[in-house]
Design a protein around this ligand. Structure first.
Ligand SMILES: [Zn+2]
Length: 301
C-alpha cells in the first residue's frame, strides 16, 4: 500500500522508521571548535526539531530508512537496539523500545527484510542487527544479508583494537556484529559496492574509518542516504565543523564538503541518519557554503 508515509524516488520507495528521538547533548559541547553563538544564530531553523527551545540541548533521532528497490526490502541502519549493555552510553543501556512494532506499522516483518546496511559500525547504527532470545544474541532479520564495511568490521573488533573496551562501542561488536558473522549473514565490502540498479554504497570516511553512504540514482531522481557525515542541520551552513563524535575531524570535513557539493549539484535529497523533524532535505551551494533549500516531507513511523 502506498501512503503518505512513503516517498517515491524513481523506481524506489523510502519510508522512515524511528526508534526514538530526543535531547542528546548540550549544544556547547557538540562541536569542539564552533562557538555556541552559531546555534543561537540559527535558532529559527533548529528549534524545536534539532535544538531544545529552553535547554539548548541538541536533539537527534535514531531511525532506519526502509527502502524498497528492485524487488527487495532494505533497511539502512538499525539504531541502538533493546537489552544491550552499554556501560559508557548510559541513556542507551538496556533499552526496551517498540522498534519492531514501528517497523511492522511500516509493513515490514523481520522475515521480510532482504538486506540490512550498516553505514558504519557505531553502536547507534547496529543495535537492531540482533535481538536477545533466551539469553543469546541472534540476527533480528533471519533472512537478510547484512552489508558491512570491512574497514569498520576490522576497526571495531576488540581483538584488533583493545581501546574499544571502555569506549563508546564497548560490547557492541560482541552483541551486534559477532552473532551476525557467526550466522554467516555478513557480506563485507570495500571502496564501493553496487547494491542493485538504483543503489550503491560508497566510502565516506572520517566519522569512522569505514563510514559510508548509500547513493540512489533512479530515473531522474537522486538521493544520498548520508549516514553520519552530518549530525545536525547546523552543519549545512557550517560544513567545516566536525562533531565531537567524528574520529577523524579533518577527514570528516573533507567528506562532508564533497558530498554536500554532490547533493547540491545533483538536486539530490539528503537523508542523514540522525536528523529529526522532517529529516530529509535538499541543499544549495551558496558559493561560500551551503544552505537548506527545502525539507522533504517524510513523516516517521
Ligand atoms: Zn550515529
Amino acid at each position: 500500500m502506498q501512503d503518505v508515509h512513503e516517498i517515491v524516488l524513481g523506481d524506489v520507495t523510502v519510508a522512515r522508521v524511528e526508534e526514538m528521538h530526543g535531547p542528546i547533548m548540550p549544544a556547547d559541547q557538540f562541536f569542539p571548535d564552533l562557538p555556541e553563538q552559531a546555534w543561537k544564530d540559527h535558532r529559527d531553523t533548529l528549534v524545536p526539531d534539532h535544538l531544545g527551545a529552553e535547554d539548548a540541548m541538541v536533539i537527534t533521532a535514531m531511525q532506519t530508512w526502509v527502502v524498497r528497490s528492485a524487488g527487495r526490502t532494505i533497511l539502512i541502519d538499525t539504531g541502538v537496539g533493546n537489552d544491550k549493555t552499554r556501560p559508557v552510553a548510559e541513556s542507551w543501556d538496556h533499552l526496551s523500545l517498540d522498534y519492531l512494532g514501528n517497523l511492522a506499522r511500516a509493513g515490514v516483518r523481520p522475515e521480510d527484510v532482504d538486506l540490512v546496511i550498516n553505514t558504519h559500525l557505531h553502536l547507534d547504527h547496529i543495535g537492531w542487527n540482533t535481538r536477545l532470545v533466551d539469553g543469546d544474541w541472534v540476527p533480528a532479520f533471519p533472512n537478510a544479508t547484512y552489508l558491512m564495511p570491512k574497514v569498520d568490521v576490522d576497526y571495531w573488533n576488540p581483538a584488533n583494537n583493545p581501546n574499544i573496551v571502555g569506549g563508546i562501542n564497548e560490547n557492541a561488536f560482541e552483541d551486534s556484529i559477532a552473532p551476525v558473522l557467526a550466522a554467516g549473514q555478513v557480506q563485507l565490502w570495500e571502496t564501493s559496492h553496487a547494491i542493485d540498479a538504483n543503489l550503491r554504497l560508497e566510502t565516506a570516511p572520517g566519522h569512522t574509518p569505514g563510514a559510508s553512504v548509500v547513493m540512489l540514482a533512479s530515473g531522474g531522481d537522486r538521493a544520498l542516504f548520508a549516514g553520519d557525515i552530518m549530525h545536525t542541520p547546523l552543519q549545512v551552513t557550517h560544513p567545516d565543523h566536525s562533531s565531537c563524535f567524528d574520529l577523524d575531524p579533518d577527514q570528516s570535513r573533507t567528506t562532508r564538503l564533497r558530498l554536500l557539493g554532490w547533493a547540491a549539484d545533483n538536486n539530490a535529497l539528503m537523508l542523514p541518519a540522525h536528523f529529526s523533524g522532517h529529516s530529509a532535505l535538499e541543499v544549495v551551494n551558496t558559493g561560500s557554503g551551503f544552505a537548506i533549500k527545502q525539507w522533504g516531507p517524510l513523516p516517521r513511523y
